[in-house]
Ligand binder design. Structure first.
Ligand SMILES: O=P(O)(O)OC[C@H]1O[C@](O)(CO)[C@@H](O)[C@@H]1O
Length: 362
């Protein structure tokens, strides 16, 4: 796909091969960063990034914490930079910026250096300003992604972070070869599904298009391992359709947001397998009955298949990697709905915004 004829939907499909390629070339991609890690004493890790980059950090957080057995804090860059207390040493800060220009992430890395922390910049671009602000770098090796709303970049970043942790843990004997392989297989088993999920999502979208096109207010709820998918899905749909789309962790949603649900609200529920699924369905039933709004559940529960509003797919529901599959229907929705609304979400609403605001460093 050249710079002229790319499409965001194709990038969604390419995520599968991008992850496979990252796995294949992991030694080369991670060599410098792993070597750098072992040249330092690291007892905790911060992952900082804005937007999609932040969400990728969140998606990888629990599994990295489990693999490395050290605290992993995922923060917005400005939160990291401006916090009152930062521990003294033995800390690694990984700053993620796909475009390699976000002033927020660059500022956080500068603060990390000031504190004497180890710093790694992760970016999908070459020769970008962020590389000057960290001691080491790692490439998010996904190939070209010209679209503003990143999809392949999100998936590829999570895979890169997980592999980085796995390499380190293996070298430290925190995991066995078999455990290493098992984690890699689980990532691949999940991301190999992406093209099929995208196809099922297109069908779901087409079946519900006449309804969805009327939406002007969408709320997405999710929980547990899909918190990252819910935040990333919200950002994706919001930046593509350019009207009110918000996302909440389900329990937080129940503390106030529910007051605002009226018949014009479109609720999308991420019903991944887990301890809160029944509670979510219970809430959906409540809204259907009490508020008469539109409700759409994304789940692997066959019991939901009779309602055409729902997207029922045989999701893998991996405890650590479910975010990587449940985000896909939202990526597809973002592209398809914005097209039908006459918005080209590949074109920024203001190509000079970051320059005007100073939110990119040039
Ligand atoms: O990962 P980057 O390039 O730092 O960008 C951060 C975020 O900023 C945006 O470009 C929005 O301006 C998002 O699309 C992206 O997720």
């Amino acid at each position: 796909m050249s710079e002229e004829n790319w499409d965001m939907y194709d990038y969604i499909l390419e995520s599968k091969d991008a992850v496979r390629s990252i796995v294949k070339h992991k030694d080369q991609i991670l060599e410098k960063a792993v070597e750098y890690f072992f040249s330092k004493k690291i007892n905790r890790m911060y992952i900082v990034g804005s937007g999609t980059s932040y969400h990728a950090g969140l998606a990888a957080q629990s599994v990295i914490e489990k693999i490395l057995d050290i605290p992993i804090v995922v923060q917005y860059p400005m939160e990291f930079k401006d916090q009152e207390f930062l521990p003294d040493s033995d800390t690694l800060v990984v700053g993620i910026s796909h475009a390699g220009r976000s002033t927020s992430t660059i500022s956080a890395l500068d603060k990390a250096r000031e504190k004497g922390y180890a710093t790694i910049a992760a970016t999908a671009e070459k020769n970008k300003p962020i590389l000057e602000h960290a001691d080491c770098s790692v490439e998010i090796a996904i190939g070209p992604e010209y679209a503003g709303p990143k999809t392949k970049g999100y998936i590829g970043t999570v895979a890169t972070l997980v592999l980085f942790a796995l390499e380190i843990a293996l070298k430290m004997n925190k995991i066995t070869d078999a455990e290493y392989e098992k984690y890699v297989d689980e990532v691949l088993e999940t991301t190999d599904q992406i093209p099929a999920i995208a196809e099922a999502s297109v069908k779901w979208y087409e079946d519900n298009k006449q309804e969805l096109i009327k939406s002007r207010r969408i709320i997405i709820v999710g929980y547990e391992q899909c918190k990252s998918a819910l935040l990333e899905g919200t950002l994706k749909v919001l930046e593509a359709v350019r009207y009110s789309v918000t996302g909440y962790e389900m329990e937080e949603f129940m503390h106030g947001v529910y007051h605002s649900i009226d018949e014009d609200t479109y609720m999308l529920y991420i019903g991944c397998e887990g301890q809160y699924y029944d509670r979510m369905i219970n809430m959906k039933n409540y809204f259907e009955k009490e508020r008469g709004n539109k409700n759409f559940v994304i789940t692997s529960d066959e019991g939901q298949v009779t309602n055409k509003n729902n997207l029922v797919y045989d999701f893998k529901n991996n405890h650590y990697f479910a975010s990587l599959e449940y985000v896909v229907p939202f990526q597809v929705l973002a592209r398809k709905l914005s097209l039908d609304l006459g918005i080209d979400c590949n074109v920024s609403s203001d190509p000079h915004f970051h320059k005007k605001m100073g939110s990119y460093t040039y």
